[in-house]
Design a protein around this ligand. Structure first.
Ligand code: 1PR
Length: 601
């Protein structure tokens, strides 16, 4: 038995979480000689066909309690630290967790039996392999290994090399180990920062042993007759053999560190200057800037706002210290970038004397021109790369690819995102997300991930989801095109169409499909100068493990330090304040430096 803490289990505890599961799946366990038998099979969807859907709220930790023991103390400790608990009821709940705790209790074989039969084993592996925040406790550590000798050999989840074996009692140590013991920390484990020489509480008969094969995982060991693995850590995945919920203040601090990880202030914060580029009504390529994506002046002529020349401004921002320049060809989706030779020329000229990364986006999709010549998105991207881009950014086409992927669960390999990242590498592919905030009264009002908003909606709504948008296409022959395009962007909503997918679902899907970075805009905040949408940026930067660029709304230097301190954004992008010379790039960097956030000088 791995967790003697389970000995205190009452039958009520055993069935508590099951009652919630059984309400939908008629799952019943009985306890017989340390084994839990499944009497009725659970009918979960195959995890392979799972779609990524919303869970409820943010300060909630997901708990995998498969009903085989007493996890009440873990629940109490989580609540004590100010977190709500969402119980896993389906494998999808695991995949959608923001932060998952697995306090394994009971016997190894019985636990694996449940995990395999419910499809949760596969979901757990997928979750952990994606480096999502995970904390396994006791058996929740052992199950990560290849196998266990407990009533076995029995296969485990197979994520960590090694066999879990029984303590050797021949050397006089009583088995199980029930009591307090000290850890030897072997590597930076983040959640063990406070533990030092303090003692923590163990209850177990079986343990995993450190070896060359698993040394990259082992974060601490402990001695009980022999040196066994007391904790493992890789990236966001943690597991401990001891019981933090029974280890006094030291244990609570371990849990606290897992629940409230240090905000990941990037090693060196990036400041990006963004140039939204398009042809004005005379056909000249200009840098423009919208208010909530409306780039036209509110004058009688209603002309496209012109804030300067793209190459000149890019050079100026480079000299002022921009760490990266982004060009967004904002009408590229409905126009065709390879027909937009001035944009390629802008890239060529800019790259001649701008020596920081250049990203270019707009219009990356398959296209057939008026003569019937077909261009693949890969050809479009290749042309951008040949002209001097280091990264390309895909907006609308990534939305369609993500929608298809979430519908079918199949990666076809044919989307622009997949094709370009396969050829040029993930690091060269940014996905630009252009969401709009949609207020709702309750998170369950929509099937998309919703957040509790910091500022209430116009009717006092406490929640919002972020609806993705795409550029509106015009299937019009070329000679009508300029006129039609002009009409369409004069239309409401900045000429953009809402799609049935949220920013959270999109971000997770495009990460799966091979995006290397996310450029996270927010239509509501664009050009408003009131600060980034922290609710949105936190939501997305916590959900994915690829870098997230915070964009839209910067109006003061403090907005940059805020976004780096309060979210996991890796970079911050601004446009209007730089174009209008309200806040120079240098001031942003000086401010970040003063705030203790490292920047490139
Ligand atoms: O859909 O692949 O062709 O890509 C089109 C690209 O053009 C997308 O990246 C999309 O974000 C961008 N885009 C489309 N329409 C507009 C528009 O403004 N009408 N610009 C547009 C988006 C948003 C930000 C802006 C920040 C910072 N621009 O990039 O720079 O909001 O602004 P701020 O600091 O002034 O608040 P596809």
């Amino acid at each position: 038995m791995a967790a003697a803490a389970a000995a205190t289990t009452t039958q009520m505890d055993n069935t508590r979480s099951l009652s919630s599961i059984s309400s939908t799946s008629s799952l019943l366990f009985t306890r017989t000689n340390e084994f839990y038998k499944i009497q009725n099979r659970v009918k979960f969807k195959s995890p392979r066909a799972l779609s990524i859907r919303a869970t409820s709220s943010d300060s909630v930790v997901t708990l995998l309690d498969y009903g085989a023991g007493n996890v009440r103390s873990v629940r109490n400790a989580i609540r004590h630290l100010g977190f709500g608990i969402k119980d896993v009821q389906t494998p999808e709940d695991i995949l959608n967790a923001n932060r998952l705790i697995f306090p394994g209790v009971g016997a190894f074989a019985a636990a694996m039996d449940v995990l395999n039969k419910t499809g949760m084993a596969e979901a757990l592996c997928a979750y952990i392999e994606k480096d999502r925040p995970f904390l396994g406790i006791c058996l929740g550590l052992q199950l990560l290994f290849q196998s266990s000798e407990e009533n076995g050999p029995v296969n485990g989840l197979g994520l960590i090399p090694g066999v879990v074996g029984r303590f050797d009692s021949s050397n006089g140590f009583r088995v199980p180990q029930i009591g307090w013991n000290a850890l030897q920390i072997t590597k930076d484990s983040e959640i063990l920062d406070d533990v030092g020489d303090h003692h923590v509480y163990f209850v177990h008969s079986y343990r995993a042993m450190p070896s060359d094969d698993n040394k990259e995982w082992v974060s601490s060991t402990c001695n009980y007759g022999d040196n066994f693995i007391a904790s493992v850590r890789r990236g966001n995945v943690h597991a401990v053999q001891f019981h933090p919920e029974k280890s006094g203040d030291v244990g609570l601090s371990v849990l606290r560190r897992f629940l409230h990880p240090k905000t990941n202030i990037p090693k060196v914060a990036f400041v990006i200057a963004c140039l939204d580029v398009r042809a004005n009504d005379k056909g000249d390529l200009v840098v423009t800037k919208g208010d909530q994506y409306d780039v036209r002046e509110h004058t009688k002529e209603n002309e496209v706002r012109n804030l300067g020349k793209p190459v000149e401004l890019a050079r100026q921002y480079y000299k002022e210290g921009a760490d990266e320049i982004s060009f967004l060809n904002i009408t590229g989706f409905r126009d065709f970038p390879l027909g937009d030779l001035p944009m390629l020329q802008v890239l060529r000229l800019t790259s001649e004397n701008v020596f920081v990364p250049l990203t270019v986006g707009g219009g990356i999709r398959d296209f057939t021109d008026a003569n019937g010549r077909h261009y693949s998105s890969l050809e479009v991207a290749s042309e951008y790369f040949r002209s001097g881009a280091d990264k390309i950014s895909i907006g609308s086409d990534a939305v369609y690819a993500a929608e298809d992927y979430l519908k079918t669960g199949v990666k076809t390999g044919k989307s622009s995102l997949e094709q370009i990242s396969r050829v040029y590498g993930n690091q060269a592919v940014v996905v630009s997300i252009d969401p709009r905030r949609v207020y709702i009264t309750h998170p369950n009002d929509v099937e998309f991930k919703a957040v509790r908003v910091t500022d209430l909606g116009p009717n006092g709504e406490e929640y919002a989801w972020y609806q993705c948008t795409v550029g509106i296409l015009c299937f019009i022959v070329t000679f009508l095109f300029v006129h039609t395009a002009t009409q369409s962007d004069k239309a409401v909503n900045g000429g953009r169409e809402g799609r049935p997918i949220g920013a959270y679902e999109l971000a997770k899907a495009v990460e799966d499909l091979g995006a290397g970075e996310i450029l996270l805009n927010c239509i509501d905040c664009d050009g408003q100068g009131k600060g980034f949408d922290m609710d949105l940026i936190k939501l997305i930067s916590d959900a994915v493990s690829i870098p997230v660029i915070a964009s839209s709304g910067a109006g003061a230097v403090e907005h940059f330090s805020d976004v780096f301190r309060k979210t996991n954004a890796s970079a911050a992008l601004a446009a209007g304040i730089f174009h209008r010379k309200e806040v120079p790039i240098q001031s942003v960097k000086e401010h970040l430096y003063k705030e203790g956030i490292e920047v490139r000088i």
